[in-house]
Design a binder for this molecule. Sequence first.
Ligand SMILES: Cc1ncc(COP(=O)(O)O)c(C=O)c1O
Length: 439
Amino acid sequence: MQLIRTFSAGRRAMLKGLAAAAVAPLGAPAFARVGLPPQPTGSMAAIATDKSYWAAVKGLYAVTPDILNFENGYWGIMAEPVRREFIRQSDMVNYQNTYYARLRAGTDFEAVRTKVAEAVGALPAEIALTRGATEALQLLIGGYNRLKPGDGVLYADLDYDSMQYAMNALKARRGVDVVKFDVPEPATRQAVLDAYARAIEANPKTRLLLLTHVSHRTGFVMPVAEIARMAKAKGIDTIVDAAHSWGQLDFRVSELEADFVGFNLHKWIGAPLGVGFLYIRKDRLAAIDRNMCDEDFPESDIRSRVHTGTVNFATVLTVPAALALHQEIGAAAKQARLRYLRDYWVSRVRGFKDIEILTPDEAGSYGAITSFRLAGKTGKADNEAIVAKLRDSYRIMTVRRAGVARGQCIRVTPALFTDEADLDRLVEALAVITGTKTG
Ligand SMILES: Cc1ncc(COP(=O)(O)O)c(C=O)c1O
């Protein structure tokens, strides 16, 4: 009896919630400002280090206490207000069913596309939503139709594995020569610019370059605009992998000076998993093939380049909430905070015995992510052992990264819910692991 009463009460509450969802206009965003304290004033350095403000930001996230997570490069968890919006939208879609999907989703998705375009500084006609950066970049690399047999395509060791594979696939698909080269280490800005200049010079048949804005291996921030300009001067188009950059770094798409870019919304913008977008500069749409599954949109509409099929409606409908929080904190403040967190641990461990920091301290060359390795420990087993030690002995989560020409490494990625005390724990653990201090 008791059980039945509890169930009925729960059911009544659920139905009440659904009725509320039903009377709200279909898909209407209920998301408002989340009530963070006013942003601190003063220099960016003062804003980035304001303890009470960032404690309030940290308070927006519900995170397991079981582990201290420095593996936030995989994806960015939703802040609680965004997560609640996602649940609300999921409930609404499930309740309204195809009545919502058939009648309203199209209009709502267009509103999301417009918001994303405004936020990244593009025209809505220059972006199309995807399920993530992978889908966006697959469509750009696979759909780029300006290659002839005998042309060359170029990429580097730091580029993302599956994008390297997509570039390799162009050999069979388009009959091109595929060239891979290594980004120098340490990757100073000038050394990197010189390496790209040399690679372009040495491969005069190159017509397409893949460039990763923020390396998922080391965290290095490529001087994308300079390299894309250098490439363009030689008649080479650049596809930029911005999977990691927008939201971690504060920029608008025009600053990349590239015509084709793939973005994520589920990493540093903090949208639910399963959403990103591609950008194609307005006058370059013809260089990317229409999607083979699409005859719905005219050739002149960028949406004809993406045909995802049925998506998680709630994921897309939650993007405005994630963007609203991103904008409330402010892209510049977020970038400054993430750099401060990175500097906090890197500056304390730089002198540790045998530690090599793979990302230079040069302004503009890093964001939140930085990788390290211990001298001579370049293999998988060595780096896995350190990741395991950090996880099992210190309850600190990191990740091993392979694919850097000079050897494997360990990536450390703080997030907006990281604070100085968390970083002190990492520094302490590394002091013992490196033998700088006895444990
Ligand atoms: C540099 C880079 N490119 C592309 C991707 C693919 O992004 P997603 O798996 O979110 O589509 C990632 C993911 O970590 C990445 O780090």
